[in-house]
Design a protein around this ligand. Structure first.
Ligand code: SAH
Ligand code: SF4
Ligand code: F3S
Length: 459
């Protein structure tokens, strides 16, 4: 941390204590993907240094920060709704500070709309200037000004931002920032900027510290981790990074997301197969099973290449499982083309799918294309897809009855009161046991398949 940052941190600490009449409380509301969750943990790290405690209640908070996502229209609408809902609270509690950051603010029109529609928002800042939060808050507090700070993309990666992690057993570690792929439907490259990889030594030491302090699962993050290493002075690719991290001693799992099929390599699957710590599970988004649609999406692989990756991974890891993302109703997609998506789902048998109806994002290429299929029809296709996947998921679960699974226990399931953990293959298992198991590995025998999830018994 540099001197400026330290000075602003103590400055904000003092001003906030006076304003809140004691230790101030912050509520950081994060939307969107794991990358945003990781950013949220940095925001909390900085706030903690400034003397904030944390709450999940709007009315208790002295500072509320919305860490937003722009990937679909629905995500943005939720934020507009939730920020708008604070108007009355702000009237009752004029000292409340409200900030909006994250991917939405990186779209200039949206940032403008936020400022205009919500005059009670004190602070709007982008994803590239997160480390300047102490300085921005200092300005808001000392000059009673609204602050808007966007778009200053840093050339180097800041390694000095403190992190306050949400979990005690599972941790997110950023491997790379940004995205260079410009899939034609996607806003991420516009709001997150160009790809930048962290130095392998920095990633290694963060992971080693996590393992030493008892973390049991590390997930490496990047929009396309397979292109890790571009632009680094040291010659290293993602498979090389994985092998290096796999050499860390200890009882832990190393996961990663997201892999882009265009850059997934045999070397990556070989590294996984030969590793000690990497579960045999890959999240490999295919988006569509039809070659014309894939071309229009600018995904730069075809169905055959995707299926050959799956086949190779299965050859070197017979127990490997796959999860994926898929988009229904891309502009111009026909019902016949959509059937190719269904047939690919049947062929691969994913253990889980993240399914989305296409949502036009202003400024992206696809948003300007003719989109003749009405939304209601896309909703019907979507329901058809869910039915196919449900059948597959249920079958997958049934196949596991009687098997023994190495499970990381995550928490207690609210509905059943049972412990909930995840297998190596990323399936949820519920079983009975006491709280001391939370955050630990357990061996569990699967006794029953209940729809999408598994029931088991601790061995
Ligand atoms: N970098 C990751 C995905 C990040 S966004 C990858 O390439 O796989 C997560 C998912 O949101 C995408 O995989 C895609 O399925 C979905 N998505 C992105 N933009 C979308 C849009 N405009 N409409 C609907 N779904 C979208
Ligand atoms: Fe979006 Fe494509 Fe980049 Fe993923 S790889 S973040 S889908 S542009
Ligand atoms: Fe959303 Fe930004 Fe992630 S747009 S999906 S939070 S990178």
């Amino acid at each position: 941390m540099n001197e400026d940052m330290t000075a602003y941190i103590s400055g904000v600490g003092e001003l906030m204590r006076v304003r809140a009449g004691g230790a101030p409380l912050a509520y950081v509301r994060t939307y969107g993907c794991q990358q945003n969750v990781a950013d949220g943990e940095k925001i909390k790290g900085l706030l903690y240094e400034m003397g904030f405690g944390f709450t999940d209640s709007d009315s208790e908070a002295d500072l509320i920060i919305f860490n937003t996502c722009a990937v679909r229209e629905h995500a943005e609408d939720r934020v507009f709704g939730n920020v708008g809902a604070l108007k009355n609270l702000k009237r009752r509690k004029p000292g409340l500070i409200i900030g909006v950051c994250g991917c939405m603010t990186e779209q200039p029109e949206v940032a403008k709309r936020l400022q205009k529609t919500f005059p009670f928002v004190n602070l709007v800042f982008g994803t590239h200037v997160l480390h300047r939060l102490p300085e921005m808050l200092y300005e808001v507090l000392s000059e009673s000004q609204r602050v808007l700070l966007l778009g200053h993309e840093e050339k180097t990666i800041r390694e000095d931002v403190p992190i306050r992690r949400d979990g005690k057993s599972r941790a997110w570690v950023t491997a790379m920032y940004g995205c260079d792929n410009f899939c034609s439907y996607c806003i991420v490259p516009y709001v997150r900027g160009r790809e930048k990889s962290r130095r392998p030594d920095d990633i290694y030491s963060e992971c080693r510290t996590l393992v030493e302090s008892g973390y049991k699962e590390i997930t490496l993050l990047g929009q396309n981790v397979n292109s890790y290493g571009k632009g680094l002075s040291e010659k290293i690719n993602f498979a090389g990074l994985l092998s290096r991290l796999d050499s860390i001693d200890g009882d832990f799992r190393l996961r990663f997301m997201t892999s882009h099929p265009k850059d997934a390599s045999k070397e990556l699957f070989d590294a996984m197969a030969g590793s000690k710590h990497i579960p045999h599970h890959i999240h490999l988004p295919f988006q569509s099973g039809n070659d014309r649609v894939l071309r229009e999406m600018n995904r730069r692989y075809d169905r055959e290449k995707y299926l050959s990756l799956i086949e190779y991974a299965r050859r070197v890891m017979p127990d490997v499982t796959f999860t994926s993302d898929v988009i229904v109703g891309f502009p111009g997609e026909t019902y016949e083309e959509f059937q190719d998506t269904l047939s690919l789902i049947r062929e691969v048998e994913f253990v889980n799918l993240f399914t989305f109806i296409y949502s036009p994002r202003p400024g992206t290429k696809a948003a300007g294309r003719p989109d003749p299929v009405p939304h209601e029809e896309k909703t019907e296709w979507f329901a058809e897809l869910l039915k196919v996947q449900e059948e597959i998921a249920v079958n997958n679960c049934k196949k596991l009855v009687g098997s023994r699974q190495h499970v990381l226990v995550e928490d207690r399931d609210g509905k059943s009161g049972l412990l909930s953990g995840r297998t190596q293959g990323s399936l949820v298992v519920l079983f009975s046991g006491d709280d001391s198991l939370i955050g630990e590995f357990a061996e569990v025998e699967v006794t029953e398949a209940k729809g999408w999830s598994l029931r088991g018994q601790k061995i």
